[in-house]
Design a binder for this molecule. Structure first.
Ligand code: SAH
Length: 281
């Protein structure tokens, strides 16, 4: 949960640091940094709780100029909307409300995703298909990149399924803000960060924050997947796996062709949507 409340206004504990990116991230990671944003020559690092932020500050201060900041969440009121029903997929349940009682949710993996905080509550067919695909893969110990993370749902679930590290990127700043907020509601999700980046220019950020991904999830659109196939394959380790969705049935063959010679290893459909699991050639 965001760490502090001042009346209606929630804030995120963060640090603004002027320093060498890799070193700052390495130090911040020891204090469970949840996200990082490059703002000109300032690196803004977010934390789930103030105690972690303060710990990181003490660690970074001897090396680089650092200032604590509480970043206001101006969208809080809009987002505090009525809850949706939980969604259960196999051993996973996505609940809309951090307060929802545990008693009626017996799932092995329980993830909180607030409604109307970025696209992806688990209710959309293409999100569900991606979640099913993730549940069927062995995520344990894998590095997972979630492109177009929206609410952060796939990245947070990947982390809960045992990913060694997960990174969610989205070109929409509001989505990344929502994903970070959702991350704060899921304290068991670790080794996970979010960054604002476009799929076409994400390479640098992905290399810095994750390295090659063993699993890439991309629930985008057919047209964007076709355009971005090269970037997505470039981010995937040899023998890595891509979970791609947001594809409509008529777009399916064109999307598969764009990822050739990678092969489809499994496929799921619901309504007019298709999700493909492909092995990088
Ligand atoms: N991953 C979530 C959300 C999918 S919605 C889920 O599975 O439910 C698609 C997301 O892709 C949106 O949040 C949108 O902002 C993002 N997106 C669209 N175009 C993008 C681009 N060019 N680069 C990165 N993200 C993009």
């Amino acid at each position: 949960m965001p760490s502090s409340q001042t009346g209606e206004l929630n804030t995120y504990p963060a640090l603004d640091v002027r320093g060498q990116f890799d070193l700052v991230i390495a130090m911040a990671d020891d204090f469970r940094a949840t996200a990082v944003e490059e703002r000109g020559d300032i690196i803004r690092v977010f934390f789930g709780i103030t105690a972690d932020r303060d710990g990181a500050r003490a660690a970074i201060e001897p090396h680089f100029p650092v200032a604590p900041i509480d970043v206001p969440d101006e969208d809080w009121a809009r987002r505090s909307q009525e809850g949706l029903q939980p969604v259960t997929i196999g051993r996973l349940t996505i609940v809309p409300d951090p307060q929802s009682s545990n008693s009626d949710v017996q799932s092995a993996v329980r993830v909180v995703i607030r409604p109307s905080m970025g696209f992806g509550t688990g209710h959309h067919a293409s999100t569900r298909l991606c979640l099913e695909a993730l549940l069927a893969l062995d995520v344990t110990g894998k590095r997972v990149l979630d492109v177009g993370t929206g609410s952060g749902v796939l990245a947070i679930v990947a982390s809960r399924l045992g990913a060694s590290r997960a990174l969610g990127i989205d070109s929409d700043e509001d989505a990344i803000r929502a994903a970070r907020e959702n991350l704060a509601y899921n304290s068991e999700a670790t080794n996970l960060s979010f960054a604002v980046a476009d799929v076409s220019t994400m390479q640098g950020a992905v290399q810095r924050l994750l390295g090659q991904a063993d699993i890439v999830t991309a629930n985008l659109t057919g047209a964007l997947l076709v355009r971005s196939a090269g970037c997505l394959l470039g981010a995937t380790a040899c023998d890595g796996v891509l979970v791609i969705s947001g594809v409509q049935i008529p777009e399916r063959d064109q999307v598969v062709a764009a990822f050739a010679p990678s092969q489809v290893i499994s496929e799921r459909g619901a309504d007019e949507w298709v999700a493909l699991v492909m092995k990088r050639a």
